[in-house]
Design a protein around this ligand. Structure first.
Ligand SMILES: [Zn+2]
Length: 242
């Protein structure tokens, strides 16, 4: 359940993190009252994203931090006051273990599973800063091909806010081959009122950043996770040239 840190001393300028890497639910929460089939769905985690993050960390020699619990336990990419920080429903599924939580129960989840993840990201950033290494933050997510009745044509998508400098470079690199459908702020933009991780770790510090969504059916197995990581690493290397 602890967040995982890979290659803390990696030499890359990129620091990767994956907010929704795991679908694990701590034993005391008894699967939040859900069957395993619901915990396997995209509502519990970003399917395939952990594998892509691990591959990218390997290819780039980049440090990576991966969350250790399901976003149904607590969503590490939501503001602490957000109503969906601990969601009562998600994509049509009621989460019984999240209904009518009192303040103490919410505070415990924040203490046990939200802060340790963000503290891990922070500690890697600070260690690098102390060594004089600049970090470019890469936030890695995956999206379901269908949400409700909406289907997503984009195989990969970047989410940006005001600073689009690196986003533009990576978008251009991804589109260069001509055979990939790339989303630009579709289906999601980066919204500091909604997102937590990139605003907290990058925008607050003025660090260069990229936020990416891979479509889950594109990264469903290890081979495809590897090939998308190779493709994305190639696009990130265009940033390294700047
Ligand atoms: Zn995500």
């Amino acid at each position: 359940m602890e967040p995982r840190i890979l290659r803390a001393d990696g030499k890359s300028r990129f620091l990767l993190f994956c907010d929704h890497a795991s679908n694990a639910v701590p034993e005391e929460l008894r699967n939040l009252g859900l069957p395993e089939s619901e915990l396997a769905r995209h509502i519990a985690w970003d399917i395939g994203a952990a594998g892509v993050t691990e591959e990218l960390s390997d290819i780039l020699d980049a440090p990576a931090v991966l969350s250790g619990v399901s976003r149904l336990v607590i969503d590490c990419n939501r503001q602490l006051h957000a109503s969906d920080l601990i969601p009562e429903t998600s994509d049509g599924t009621v989460i019984p273990g999240n209904l009518h939580l009192n303040e103490a129960a919410k505070a415990a989840r924040i203490r046990l599973w939200f802060h340790p993840y963000h503290d891990a990201v922070e500690s890697v950033l600070l260690q690098r800063e102390a060594k004089g290494a600049e970090s470019t933050v890469v936030s890695i997510h995956s999206m379901t091909p269908m949400l409700g009745k909406e289907s997503r044509p984009w195989q990969i998508a970047l989410s940006s806010y005001l600073d689009r400098s690196l986003t533009e470079i990576v978008l251009a690199a991804l589109r260069q081959s001509g055979d990939v459908v790339v989303g630009d702020n579709q289906p999601y933009d980066l919204d500091p009122k909604v997102d937590y991780s990139t605003p907290y770790h990058a925008l607050r510090r003025g660090l260069p950043h990229i936020q990416v969504e891979f479509r889950q059916d594109e990264i469903a197995d290890a081979a495809n996770q590897r090939s998308w990581a190779v493709r994305f690493a190639r696009a990130l290397r265009q940033v390294e040239r700047t």
